[in-house]
Design a protein around this ligand. Structure first.
Ligand SMILES: [Fe+2]
Ligand SMILES: [Fe+2]
Length: 134
């Protein structure tokens, strides 16, 4: 399972947003460490899963507030990407609550989604802010 390593090419140029993205990467890596054992303590997994959901939702709201303030033209599309992701992660949470081992699926979803979302949507949005500010 590939480790999600933070690198400077993921930077959006907004320090606060980058800080939050790094925290998300830390969560993903914490989850990755639990994959090394056959079974991980349920309480630890619960903390990681609920923690990442809460943090991702807080982060999305923060981003959406910034993008609303600057009248970002692709706001609706960006918001929909966030909402769709939350739906996917909520489905995984339900499976976890039904005692399924979702570690691998969750890790895959988080890694693939965040890499591509940060690289494409977030970078594009915050590049727009830079040009808007002049
Ligand atoms: Fe983001
Ligand atoms: Fe975003």
């Amino acid at each position: 399972m590939a480790k999600f390593t933070w690198s400077s090419d993921l930077e959006t140029g907004d320090q606060n947003v980058d800080y939050q993205h790094k925290k998300i990467v830390n969560y993903i890596n914490l989850l990755e460490t639990t994959l090394k054992t056959k079974e991980a303590p349920q309480s630890l997994l619960k903390n990681i899963i609920f923690g990442i959901i809460d943090y991702a939702e807080f982060h999305f709201t923060d981003e959406e507030v910034i993008l609303t303030t600057i009248d970002y033209p692709h706001l609706q599309m960006h918001q929909k990407a966030h909402t769709d992701f939350v739906e996917q992660i909520q489905k995984l949470k339900s499976r976890f609550e039904n005692n399924e081992d979702i570690r691998r699926d969750l890790h895959l979803l988080l890694t693939e989604w965040f890499k591509s979302h940060i690289n494409q949507e977030d970078k594009r949005a915050f590049a727009f802010i830079k040009t808007a500010k002049g």
